[in-house]
Design a protein around this ligand. Structure first.
Ligand code: NDP
Length: 445
């Protein structure tokens, strides 16, 4: 049995209780087999085992008091995956679905995503099974303070720099940073990214993942002599990534037909993004409210991928495993030829194989949503320089980073003779190659 298959089999036994991690591992490893055929010496250096094992997993109790005076206990985690390229970098997710398997899958993907940005950042991920939905501002603040009371001893501007993810936006980052500053007695702005503009945040960070996704999709279209203008898209999710992907898509002349949330979706010929911002960013409500607030459109329960409407592009920006094989088939029948993943692992492995088999373009999350972490790294640079770039400067840097990620994918496609729609293997190969080079240069670790 070859090295790669042996390791996949070993980890399926070792981490049998971690389905999301195993799914990410299989997706990545199966798509980079070609690297290991070219470099048999990597087995002796245990490269796969070194990539698969996180350097450290920190797990802790988060004890906080709700508004009724009741004490609650949640689990907190930080997975410090790989620091060969720089300090661990990756978001914090607050969601009841969070566990070690989910954070290991996210951290593992993050390592290669961060490598693709070519910026000096390693990979990590963290979070809690805390559910922020329905909590008051004071409860959110007390939870964030309790979470940071433990996390602060494991992070730092040159050690590990968390950011937001699902359930963690500017409000949570503000409370987390305030408490870190209090505990450390020092204003180390570079310890967290996604901060508010008044205390060290970067312009465009909030928009970066969604905008970056559209810049990446545009590069694929250009490469294939297609124009973005006039194409029809559907977007799943209506959180941070989805809102700004929709905003940039509309600005570029795409027709966004619908968006979704965890309960249902809206279809509207004339989507009003400001209404969605009001519902999700201000009221923290449900898309159900959209039709009455906007005065147009229709709301349906269920997944946007189960409806039939003709569209060219799907932008999954909600959560993992939203698209299975049946949904992928339906998307193809509906005319979809490009899937741009704003979320992490929104398509399961059978859906990805189907896209590739049908010649659909697949922009994997690792490449397509890297604009968020790249702009976080730009926030770190600004914090170090104690200087702020203008909105235009950050946006131009983001565009050039997304272009460079696309160029790296194209180089892998050429070097390894991959089919021109196989950005999955291309991104994994390009990201992993950088990490392996850095690991080998630094000796056994
Ligand atoms: P948010 O919490 O801001 O938004 C998540 C959105 O997804 C919400 O609208 C939520 O619905 C919706 N959602 C949750 N579950 C489902 C589901 N099963 N089907 C459809 N929609 C669903 O998170 P973000 O926008 O920050 O993150 C979204 C994805 O993008 C995640 O996979 C994240 O890891 C990834 N990502 C985020 C980055 C960032 O910069 N924020 C960077 C790179 C990747 P509801 O409103 O009802 O809760």
């Amino acid at each position: 049995m070859n090295y790669l298959n042996r390791i996949i089999d070993e980890y399926k036994i070792k981490d049998a209780s971690q389905p999301e991690f195993l799914q990410a591992m299989e997706e990545v490893l199966n798509s980079v087999a070609i690297i290991f055929e070219k470099h048999p010496e990597y087995e002796q250096k245990a490269i796969l085992e070194r990539l698969l094992e996180p350097e450290r997993i920190i797990k802790f109790k988060v004890c906080w008091c709700d508004d009724s005076g009741k004490t609650n206990v949640n689990r907190g985690y930080r997975v410090q995956y790989n620091s060969a390229l720089g300090p661990y970098k990756g978001g914090l997710r607050f969601n009841p679905s969070v566990n070690e398997s989910v954070l290991k899958f996210l951290g593992f993907e993050q390592v290669f995503k961060n490598a693709l940005t070519t910026l000096p950042i390693g990979g990590g991920k963290g979070g809690s099974d805390f559910d922020p939905k329905g909590k008051s501002d004071n409860e959110i603040m007390r939870f964030c303070q309790a979470f940071m009371s433990e996390l602060y001893r494991h992070i730092g501007p040159d050690v590990d720099v968390p950011a937001g993810d699902m359930g963690v936006g500017a409000r949570e980052i503000g409370y987390l940073y305030g408490h870190y500053r209090r505990l450390k007695g020092a204003s180390e702005r570079g310890v967290l990214t996604g901060k508010g503009l008044s205390y060290g945040g970067s312009l465009i960070r909030k928009e970066a993942t969604g905008y970056g996704l559209i810049y990446f999709v545009e590069e694929i279209l250009k490469e294939n002599n297609k124009e973005i203008k006039g194409l029809k898209a559907i977007i799943s999710g209506s959180g941070n990534v989805a809102i700004y992907a929709a905003e940039k898509a509309i600005e570029k002349g795409m027709k966004v037909l619908g968006l979704s949330d965890s309960k249902g979706y809206i279809i509207d010929d004339n989507i009003d993004i400001n209404v969605i911002k009001e519902i999700k960013e201000v009221k923290r409500g449900s898309l159900k409210e959209y039709v009455s607030m906007a005065g147009h459109g229709e709301y349906f329960e269920g997944s946007i991928y189960d409806m039939d409407l003709k569209y060219d592009i799907a932008l999954p920006c909600g959560t993992q495993n939203e698209i299975n094989l049946d949904r992928a088939k339906r998307m193809f029948i509906n005319g979809c030829f490009l899937v741009g993943e704003g979320a992490n692992m929104p398509s399961d492995n059978s859906a990805i194989s189907y896209y590739l088999e049908k010649g659909m373009f697949i922009a994997p999350g690792k490449a397509a949503n890297a604009g968020g972490v790249a702009t976080s790294a730009l926030e770190m640079s600004q914090n170090s320089m104690r200087y702020n770039w203008s909105k235009e400067e950050v946006d131009l840097k983001l565009q050039s980073i997304m272009k460079e990620i696309h160029n790296q994918c194209l180089s892998s496609i050429k070097e390894y003779n991959l089919s021109n729609n196989n950005y999955v293997s291309a991104a994994n190969i390009a990201g992993m190659t950088r990490v392996i080079e850095a690991m080998l240069a630094q000796g056994d670790y």
